[in-house]
Design a protein around this ligand. Structure first.
Ligand code: NI
Ligand code: MN
Length: 226
């Protein structure tokens, strides 16, 4: 599978011929300044929660790409109010079958509201099980015991986790999370966008290596094999 990182927590993953975009945040994303939003492709857009740094460009990109949007029922309700009808509502549970594989929405310890203050349902993580491999999109979350459930459902090939601290896990907690989900290959996101979530990336990578794990930190705009 290929993963393209757009900075902060925005990225896309190619699986079974489909492009799945996560949490489109380009306007106001300091890493995405040189990015041409018109060129962003997506067959699906998964939304982890309503915060602006995950949804700033959601309506815009959904309308441009015609992608099917998947998120909490409240997020889908908000999308419909904003003129996006191609959307699938879900909540903790599943699995839900799509043409690229199955998805289970799992707990994320965070909050979720839109920039206008409206309620956006539960913040979610997603566990994908596909014929090309399984993976976990943690979303914005603290470390939670619920992550220990994930190996019941999937043998993860890689996991995308926030590592910037302050609002989410930091690198040390992401190492614990990696143990909980039984996956040693972690793609780190949600760090260094602003000073409040700045981390020492060299130190984080060394800590992962010392724990026998791999921390992948693609540059914004970079595509990596996962
Ligand atoms: Ni958030
Ligand atoms: Mn966030």
């Amino acid at each position: 599978m290929q993963l393209t990182y757009y900075g902060h927590a925005t990225l896309s993953i190619g699986v079974n011929g489909k492009t799945i975009l996560f949490d489109p945040f380009f306007t106001g994303n300091p890493f995405a300044k040189s990015l041409d939003i018109e060129k962003i492709k997506a067959d699906y857009i998964f939304i982890t929660h309503g915060h602006g740094d995950h949804t700033a460009d959601l309506v815009n990109v959904a309308k441009k790409t015609g992608a099917m949007c998947v998120g909490a029922a409240e997020v889908v309700g908000w999308l419909k109010k904003n003129g996006v009808d191609n959307a699938h509502p879900l909540n903790h549970g599943g699995p839900v079958a799509f043409d690229f594989g199955k998805v289970r929405a799992v707990n994320a310890i965070h909050s979720s509201s839109f920039a206008d203050g409206s309620y956006a349902g539960n913040p979610l993580g997603y566990v994908f099980t596909t014929s090309e491999g399984d993976f976990y999109m943690a979303g914005d979350t603290a470390l939670t015991m619920d992550m220990q459930l994930i190996p019941l459902w999937a043998r993860l090939q890689f996991a995308v986790m926030p590592i910037g601290g302050n609002y989410t896990m930091d690198p040390a907690d992401a190492i614990h999370a990696s143990d909980f989900v039984k996956c040693d290959k972690v793609v780190g996101v949600h760090y260094n966008t602003w000073p409040i979530i700045a981390i020492d990336t060299e130190k984080a990578m060394a800590e992962f290596t010392a724990a026998g794990k791999q921390l992948l930190l693609p540059r914004p705009g970079e595509t990596i094999e996962v």
